[in-house]
Design a protein around this ligand. Structure first.
Ligand code: 6R9
Length: 668
């Protein structure tokens, strides 16, 4: 690919039969850059990439020492393999995550802003400096010690997006405890399951939350969950709204009262590089969520390296990732990457629509944000609300990131033109909870992009496209198949908590010798990657990753439901939407009230964000003779493609197909 001599952002290249725009890093972005991008150009990327694949020990050994401060150096950069499922990095090394995120910056410059808190109400925000963060984290770490939390114990964190959520996470890391953040949109049942699975004995939460002008009964949900968690000994409650909430004596204590007791410096506990840093539960193909485990050294190297090279973060930058700390995007790009690199990170409590559709742009203007990172679902919402909401001085923006789902070309262009005024580079970043940090993404300021493509692999990531039928790798360009990675990288998940065999079977045993992503992808004639979406039973609603099996299990808890099948359908606003087909038990009548009750069941069991958009009550589900539900037929009918239902010879009950079509048509 040739760079544009005149620096014009667009050049046309022919992509197979149709034309695709290629966008070079905009000249204006380079002009407003405080220095220069970390890499001189695509050639330097190619050189380093080659080194990262052919000499990973040399490459990652150097980066790990450059990006992190080690309490004790490592001798072995890497061991283990995909075949044996025992990958480990920086083996003898010892370090502490909170030291790397806070202390080393606080010692140099205690007044530098670490956290920019944008509260739900725009007027309620404040900033937290690195010095102050060190004091708060030290105190909370000591509170956890007093509660009996020790290295290797898990602590559940169920909090709104307030600075104290980040303090809680880093306080765990400071004493070598394992944080297990549960997204505060999850129901009490989901929280209970995660506390039990992780064996957490301490929960950190708040009295209430506040989002989009609405109050959330956070502590109430915790209380409900804890009725079935007898091993939880203590709950640390941060006062967010001051609501009058019940406190269980001997178990619940107030954050502000506890931190008053302890000194403002607690030395960090060095841990081994491979000691776990956190668990994060995510949805897979089966009903039970998986506790994905990340280790300290490798994860931090991945977060810092991608922050530095993909986002091209420099000293003094102000980073705004709109993700919630309850998801991996919040872990890696609200907390770890920006703090490891010593810049300011925005903690945003609210929603993009409150108090109006200009909220993001107001935040960007007020804090001279240089990097903005969000899921396309928010962009679709804001694009639909109208361009007149996009105003304000956003001249400091250099990078506009996208994450979590495919970004359609027209949304990409809107982001580039209307938000970025063609002065910032749009980067589409592909990665997963399990990968810890970006795996396929352009390096800002360096790699040209094509709307809809996540572009080229990050250092150390060796993608392979596999033919799902033959299981053979497809070499060369212009190929389609399932996406796998061929060699271990530092920030990959090491196991599923308490279920290592499940980890092996889900990721490493599907195609022996490869890490299986669960996504389909294409590699075009220039080696750029195009993510096609999940090939398993995972749906992506507004960037939230959900398992159809998990939603089906929730529906089956309803006494009136006999069988349930959940499918994802394309949705203009949320990317995909959940649609459910259920058959009901004898003695029940299909009605709107019953359908509403089914939706409520999912809200209660998983959380509001998982609620089906539509529920269709049918007499029987289409099934193969071996009893498998043929979801393909349901998807086709919903897509209006009932003339393309494909091979139905294995159906045991073909008559039900007409009924499915009739019910779907009636509902529309
Ligand atoms: C970071 C995050 C992972 C799944 C992944 C894929 C989808 C993520 C994407 C993308 C297309 C992108 N996904 N980024 N699809 N383009 N840039 O979202 O993690 O919640 O674990 O979801 O999200 O399907 O497999 P997670």
């Amino acid at each position: 690919m040739t760079a544009n001599a005149d620096g014009a952002p667009k050049a046309r290249v022919v992509h197979e039969a149709h034309e695709v725009d290629t966008f070079h890093p905009p000249q204006k972005m380079l002009e407003k850059h405080p220095k220069k991008p970390h890499l001189s150009g695509i050639e330097e990327y190619q050189k380093l990439y080659k080194e990262s694949i052919t000499q990973p020990d040399q490459f990652w050994g150097r980066l790990a020492r450059e990006l992190l401060t080690w309490h004790k150096d490592f001798n072995t950069v890497r061991s283990g393999s995909f075949q044996t499922g025992d990958v480990a990095w920086f083996l003898e090394g010892e370090l502490n995550a909170s030291y790397n995120c806070i202390d080393r910056h606080a010692f140099k410059d205690p007044n530098r802003v670490a956290i920019i808190y944008e509260a739900d109400e725009p007027s309620d925000g404040r900033t937290v400096t690195y010095g102050e963060l060190l004091r708060q984290v030290s105190k909370v770490a000591r509170v956890l010690q007093e509660m009996g939390v020790r290295k290797g114990d898990t602590v559940a964190v169920y909090m709104p997006m307030v600075p104290e959520a980040i303090v809680a996470v880093l306080a765990c890391a400071r004493i070598g405890a394992i944080h297990s953040v549960v997204f505060a949109g999850f129901s009490s049942d989901s929280l209970r399951d995660r506390i039990l699975d992780a064996g957490s004995r301490v929960v950190i939460t708040s009295d209430e939350g506040k989002r989009g002008g609405k109050l959330v009964g956070t502590k109430k949900i915790v209380d409900e969950a804890l009725r079935q968690c007898p091993d939880v000994k203590n709950v640390l409650v941060f006062k967010r709204t001051g609501a009058d909430i019940p406190m269980t004596p001997g178990r619940d204590v107030w954050w502000h009262e506890e931190v008053e007791k302890w000194p403002a410096y607690l030395p960090p506990t060095p841990v081994n590089s491979e000691d776990p840093l956190f668990l994060l539960y995510t949805s897979g193909s089966t009903g039970k969520p998986k506790g994905v485990m990340h280790t300290t050294g490798g994860y931090l190297v991945g977060a810092a390296a991608t922050g530095k090279y993909v986002f091209d973060v420099h000293d003094g930058d102000r980073f705004f990732c709109g993700g919630d700390v309850g998801w991996i995007t919040g872990h890696s790009y609200v907390v770890y990457a920006p703090l490891l690199l010593g810049v300011s990170t925005v903690v945003f409590e609210g929603t993009p629509a409150y108090p109006n559709f200009s909220r993001y742009w107001d935040i960007i203007e007020r804090h001279s944000i240089t990097h903005f990172y969000v899921a396309p679902t928010a962009l679709r919402l804001l694009k639909r609300a109208g361009d007149h909401h996009v105003h304000g001085d956003m001249k400091h923006l250099r990078v506009l990131g996208s994450v979590g789902e495919p970004i359609a070309a027209e949304v990409w262009k809107w982001y580039f033109e209307v938000v970025g005024k063609e002065e910032a580079q749009v980067i589409d970043t592909y990665w997963q909870t399990e990968t810890g940090s970006h795996t396929i993404a352009p390096l800002a300021g360096v790699i040209p992009t094509k709307p809809g493509s996540a572009s080229l692999p990050f250092f150390g990531i060796e993608p392979a496209i596999i033919d799902p039928v033959s299981g053979e790798e497809k070499h060369g360009n212009d190929v389609e198949g399932v996406l796998t990675f061929k060699q271990p990288w530092p920030s990959m998940a090491r196991t599923v908590w308490g279920a290592h065999q499940r980890y092996l079977d889900t990721y490493l045993n599907v195609y022996k010798g490869y890490y299986f992503t669960g996504d389909g992808a294409g590699r075009d004639h220039e080696g750029f990657y195009w993510i096609r979406g999940r090939v398993d039973d995972v749906v992506n609603v507004s960037g939230h990753r959900l398992s159809t099996a998990e939603i089906e299990a929730a529906l089956l808890e309803h006494p009136a439901i006999a069988e349930a099948a959940v499918v994802g359908v394309a949705d203009e606003l949320t990317g995909q939407a959940v649609n459910a087909f259920v058959s009901i038990k004898d003695g029940n009548e299909a009605s709107d009230a019953l359908r509403k009750d089914f939706i409520l069941q999912v809200r209660r069991s998983i959380g509001p964000f998982a609620a089906p958009k539509a529920v269709y009550i049918i007499p029987d589900l289409p099934k193969t003779r071996s009893g498998k539900i043929m979801r393909r037929i349901l998807r086709k009918v919903l897509a209006g493609e009932e003339d393309q239902l494909g091979d139905m010879s294995t159906l045991s009950n073909p008559g039900v197909v007409d009924k499915v079509i009739e019910v779907v048509h009636e509902a529309r």
